[in-house]
Design a binder for this molecule. Structure first.
Ligand SMILES: Cc1cc2nc3c(=O)[nH]c(=O)nc-3n(C[C@H](O)[C@H](O)[C@H](O)COP(=O)(O)OP(=O)(O)OC[C@H]3O[C@@H](n4cnc5c(N)ncnc54)[C@H](O)[C@@H]3O)c2cc1C
Ligand code: SF4
Length: 582
């Protein structure tokens, strides 16, 4: 059989050798993946290969460490596994059992975390705004939430680096927070973006056009630019949207990392010396293994990370590993993510663009005129027909013939989303349910309640988003309450009594146990969290690399800021490609 494939998009390439872990054409890896044995003691085992885990894996492998990622879901082959079809893409989400509760229960599954190599970055819409400087000192400024143990300026070089690694397209001047520009030019506007611009302009609200979004507006390395078909949260078969699967994983493998897919971490083992020694996990056949490691990093998302720590309770840590502060699972946050739908006389055709392409952060900061602290953003959302149908059921109680009529009218609707900052509260938390999953592991119970500040903020954000929709020319407006983007539940902080990890993601309790995902965020602002999670992962990588062998042998903590290592970016990404600004 001819071992070469001719693709109209990518030209001619070799078919990958037949192993279940071989990357598809898009990722262009022709090397067999390195394999470690369970009884090899690797330097690092990372649990979860998503946004945070994927970036850290690449950094550690590139720096020469022996590193294995255990990933509960599959290793996607973008050519083979993905379809540009809304109904055909549901396997991208974590649909394993979880229990939800509280007065404002969060919808789980497709509403939050991914499952498979790339994690949530596979199905994210790829909006990539930075947090604002104020987000790092919310308590000092506004007397609510918490301060971060680092400032914006510490994370700033990593924001700039990741924006070039993914890379991010956006305007040349972005006015909010710390003003900055984007190296890649903005995307052309789709119908929803045009509506947002029209509404904001009519009300004198500044609006960012064409990004920031981690979608290619020009070709970059091996990856082609966006073709504007709108299947971004279905994975982007084209490869124009950044996910760690296409941005960082190929270089991780080329640098000698192993990713073990269908490997569900069950428990982290604590050794006699008060240091972790490895991770127990189930393989694809349900058989239990133990991967030995000199250090462990948990990067399983804001629900599964605390779940794993709680399920790893042991003598000395009876209420959960690294939980002497009783903070594991607490301060879970979601952003208010109400969608506002508007009907226009002229067709909008929401599907004809990435859902993420225009936004305003004009209401992001605390406004003394409001009776609440912090703020919100307004963004484009471009649901495809099935998601739109579900929104119509929720927003208009549409059903039967009425629902059918709304769905036939799909092309006339635009959809904006508000992104509102909900504050971190100790009782919004992940605990263990008595229910068990197919491996016999206790599943996460997620409890969520809104407080007064949150409710007032959501009301104001809803009102303003509807006002913008009307100003854009919508003749009918409806809205659905929802939440997006879970973060927190293993937060970082300077005080070990009130936080789980320090400013480098190292657990206060165990010197060789780290966390590197969205769960370490102390507050969330009203920016989508993915860029911040990846920037933090790059910084944690720099710290681990600078510390070198000391992490494996010593319990002494060194808080020296690591040197910024630009050269560890995947080749052909950072300061490569066709950026507008060098
Ligand atoms: C529809 C949708 C759209 C979104 N759009 C945006 C957006 O536009 N911009 C943005 O910034 N964010 C967006 N997000 C949020 C973003 O995807 C997440 O915040 C981000 O991916 C979280 O990163 P993480 O590293 O914490 O976890 P993840 O990326 O979810 O990675 C966790 C990984 O760990 C694995 N795992 C978990 N437990 C175990 C275990 N026990 N053993 C082995 N593996 C395990 C999981 O399978 C998963 O692959 C969106 C989310 C959704 C649902
Ligand atoms: S619209 Fe662009 S980024 Fe989204 S799926 Fe299509 S090609 Fe990918």
């Amino acid at each position: 059989m001819d071992s070469r494939i001719k693709s109209p998009l990518l030209g001619e390439f070799d078919t990958p050798p037949s192993t279940p872990h071989m990357l598809g054409a898009l990722q262009k890896i022709h090397l067999p993946m390195r394999r470690f044995k369970d009884n090899d003691e690797v330097d690092y085992v990372i649990v979860g290969c998503g946004s945070g885990g994927g970036v850290l894996l690449q950094r550690l492998a590139r720096a020469g460490f022996n590193v294995v990622a255990l990933e509960a879901g599959p290793f996607w082959d973008t050519e083979r596994d993905w379809v540009s079809d809304e109904a055909g893409s549901h396997q991208l989400y974590w649909e394993e059992p979880r229990v939800t509760g509280g007065d404002h229960p969060l919808a789980l599954g497709a509403n939050n975390c991914g499952r498979g190599v790339g994690g949530g970055s596979v199905h994210w819409a790829a909006f990539t705004p930075r947090l604002h400087p104020s987000d790092f000192e919310v308590y000092t400024r506004d007397g609510v939430g918490a301060d971060w143990p680092i400032s914006y300026d510490v994370l700033r070089p990593y924001y700039e680096q990741l924006e070039l690694e993914m890379p991010v397209a956006g305007p040349a001047y972005y006015p909010w927070g710390h003003p900055h520009g984007y190296a890649y030019g903005p995307h052309p506007m789709g119908g929803v973006g045009n509506a947002l611009i029209k509404g904001c302009t009519a009300l004198n609200i500044p609006v960012s056009i064409g990004g920031p979004v981690a979608i290619l507006s020009g070709s970059h390395g091996d990856r082609p630019h966006c073709i504007y078909r709108g299947f971004c949260i279905q994975g982007c078969k084209v490869g124009a949207k950044a996910s760690t699967l296409v941005t960082h994983v190929p270089d991780a493998l080329a640098s000698g990392a192993e990713i073990r897919d269908h490997s569900m971490a069950a428990r982290i083992e604590l050794g006699k010396a008060g240091r972790v020694t490895g991770v127990h996990y189930f393989d694809r056949n349900g058989e239990m293994h133990f991967q030995r490691a000199k250090a462990v990093v948990v990067a399983g998302y804001s629900i599964e990370t605390p779940r794993l720590l709680l399920n790893s309770a042991c003598p000395g840590f009876e209420t959960g590993l690294a939980n002497s502060s009783d903070t594991v699972g607490r301060y879970l946050m979601a952003q208010a993510g109400n969608v506002v739908l508007g009907r226009f006389d002229q067709p909008v055709r929401m599907y004809k663009a990435p859902p993420a392409h225009a936004l305003t952060e004009e209401f992001y900061e605390t406004d003394p005129k409001n009776d609440f602290a912090r703020g919100f953003a307004i963004q484009t959302v471009g649901p495809l027909p099935i998601a739109f149908g579900k929104q119509m059921v929720a927003a208009k109680r549409a059903w039967g013939w009425g629902l059918r009529r709304e769905m036939m009218d799909y092309n006339h609707w635009a959809c904006f989303g508000l992104l509102g900052e909900i504050l971190p509260w100790p009782d919004n938390r992940v605990t263990l349910s008595e229910d068990k999953d197919r491996f016999g592991l206790r599943v996460a119970h997620v409890s969520f309640n809104l407080r007064s500040n949150d409710k007032k903020l959501i009301e104001k954000a809803k009102e303003k988003t509807m006002e913008v929709m009307v100003a854009a020319g919508a003749t009918e407006v409806a809205q659905e309450a929802r939440y997006a983007h879970l973060v927190g539940a293993a937060r970082m902080g300077a005080d070990p009594r009130t936080s789980v990890v320090d400013k480098f993601g190292r657990t206060h309790d165990i010197a060789n146990l780290f966390i590197c995902d969205g769960s370490i965020l102390p507050t969330q602002g009203s920016a989508n969290p993915g860029l911040t999670i990846q920037a933090l992962a790059a910084r944690i990588g720099d710290y681990l690399i600078a510390q070198g062998e000391r992490i494996f042998t010593s319990n002494k903590r060194d808080s020296t800021e690591p040197p910024f290592r630009a050269e560890l970016a995947p080749p052909g990404t950072y300061r490569k490609g066709v950026p507008r600004i060098k």
